[in-house]
Design a protein around this ligand. Structure first.
Ligand code: FAD
Length: 476
């Protein structure tokens, strides 16, 4: 009988195990996406909704060249998916697994419902190099430390089969009604704030492949040396493509390995890049085994941390890039205009919120969730907890970044700051990260657009953060 493939965070044709299984043997296939807006399953933020709109559009076009429609529905998948299976007469429904607890519970419900109706339901691994329950310590436990986790994962991966190609033939099942992608209301209108995102990104499988090719051709060789410099264009910029599964993690892992071997890229450089893919795996490992990762401190002793009562004006200054610290403000404005932020700068702005402003990391995680195109249930929560010090294998809390020195170290000539903070564009490099030392820049200063004075003093904020942390230790 016919099959139904239910796509979620796997909007691609290549190396898509659920699609390949559904299409095997020339079985007629319905390819469906169901927009699920249930509050219980944390709805996508604004930037991701924009991305999804574009990604579905690209996927529908790719499928159309193969004569296959993309069926769009909306609602609770626990009802919509079994109903669609009945409508299409599917004897088999396939999907690739997800790892957030609410999604896992939903998928289990759908599976039970299908089986109850005599329909086969099959889940696959399309999102990770290794399933979180297969990576174990010698004692059979899950990992809380990255390095041994990644070592164990790589042993599994090196034995696993490589990526699978796009099915040669996908036979379309008879048409069923579909919403138009535009009916989902994912793209922003009035105001349409997506211009900067559209100028930065090409969502979809072809866009993902192009990013990978560009990374392998020019950037990988410089990766280990230059990845920390936000203006160096040395990283892959694959994260939103991986977030939506427009390219598979196995494809990226294998392609980087082959390319490095073929072109003689140093082992160390390749290992550095692959370790970042490893942090993604590790974040999912944590999310799977500690489902509250996006909400609760991984280290419970942080539950008593004396966060300050949220100060709306300080939080607004952080969100909008008006803190008076140029590298922080450049990062927050890059995020707002392009839907991404360089990793080094994510660490700096997150540290600033959590330590300089003593704001609970969950407030920052929420803002990133709404504004990042790669906003990811595992990576975002793990990233914030790592910076806050509350996470697994996290940065120690007492290491407080100095935003001026970080700026001077990783953006030495200020090019990154000048790109996103035009008020500072004509400042000499020597003061671009400390504009208060330059006479022309004053709040409301003449001639040049005003740039705010620092909203907190670094030395005082650092002392305050360390004091908060030591109160925690004393109480724990
Ligand atoms: P590359 O350096 O080219 O790395 C390749 C891939 O590895 C990335 O695309 C990503 O999938 C993965 N990766 C790299 N670094 C990390 C990391 N530290 N943790 C987990 N995976 C990683 N990444 C997200 O994908 N989504 C998020 O929501 C997210 N939120 C973050 C929040 C904070 C506070 C911090 C400090 C980091 C966050 N990261 C997040 C991790 C990291 O910043 C981004 O993955 C990276 O900047 C993406 O750029 P790239 O694709 O060029 O990375």
């Amino acid at each position: 009988g016919p099959a139904l493939v239910w796509l979620r965070d796997d909007l691609r044709l290549a190396d898509n195990p659920a699609l390949a299984a559904a299409a095997a043997g020339g079985r007629p296939v319905t390819v469906a996406y169901v927009l699920d807006d249930a509050p219980a399953r944390r709805p996508l933020g604004g930037a991701c909704r924009w991305w999804l709109h574009r990604s579905l559009t690209a996927l529908a076009a790719d499928l159309a060249t193969r004569g296959v429609p993309l069926v769009i529905r909306r609602g609770d998948p626990a009802e919509v998916v079994p109903a669609l299976a009945a409508e299409t007469g599917a004897a088999l429904v396939t999907w690739n697994r997800r790892y957030e607890i609410a999604a896992r519970e939903l998928d289990a419900t759908v599976k039970a419902e299908l089986i109850g109706r005599g329909v086969r339901a099959e889940s696959h691994n399309g999102h990770l190099l290794a399933e979180p329950w297969t990576v174990r310590t010698k004692a059979g436990e899950w990992f809380r430390v990255f390095t041994p986790f990644w070592k164990a994962t790589r042993l599994l991966v090196d034995d696993a089969p490589g990526p699978i190609p796009v099915p040669e033939r996908i036979v379309a099942a008879p048409d069923v009604p579909s919403l138009a992608i535009a009916d989902l209301g994912l793209a922003p209108r009035a105001p349409d704030w997506s211009g900067g995102l559209a100028a930065t990104w090409t969502p979809g499988e072809a866009g993902a492949r192009a990013r990978l090719a560009a990374f392998l051709d020019g950037r990988l060789v410089r990766y280990a040396a230059a990845r920390d410099f936000p203006d160096a264009s040395a990283t892959s910029e694959l994260s939103p493509h991986l977030r939506f599964g427009e390219i598979s993690i196995r494809t990226v892992y294998e392609a980087s390995r082959h390319h490095a071997a073929a072109t003689g890229i140093a082992e160390r450089t390749l290992a550095k890049f692959q370790a970042e893919l490893g942090w993604r795996e590790f974040s999912y490992h944590l999310l799977y085994h500690f489902p509250d990762l996006p909400r609760r401190n991984f280290q419970p002793r942080f539950d008593g941390f004396p966060w300050r009562e949220p100060d709306p004006s300080a939080i607004a200054a952080w969100r909008h890039g008006e803190t008076g610290y140029p590298v922080v403000d450049a990062g927050m404005r890059q995020l707002w205009t392009t839907g991404t932020m360089h990793n080094r700068v994510r660490m700096i702005v997150a540290s600033f919120l959590v330590k300089h402003l003593l704001v609970d990391w969950r407030i920052g995680e929420d803002w990133f969730w709404d504004t990042l195109c790669d906003a990811d249930p595992a990576n975002n929560a793990a990233g914030w907890q790592w910076v806050a010090g509350s996470g697994a294998d996290a940065a120690p809390y007492f290491r407080v970044f100095n935003p001026v020195l970080q700026g001077e170290k990783f953006d030495p000539d200020g090019r990154y700051v000048r790109r996103f903070v035009p008020e500072l564009a004509d400042l000499p490099s020597a003061v671009v990260h400390r504009p208060w030392q330059c006479d022309g820049v004053k709040p409301g200063g003449r001639g040049r657009r005003s740039y705010p004075a620092p909203i907190v003093d670094h030395a005082a904020a650092r002392e305050r953060a360390l004091g908060a942390f030591s109160s925690l230790k004393a109480g724990a």
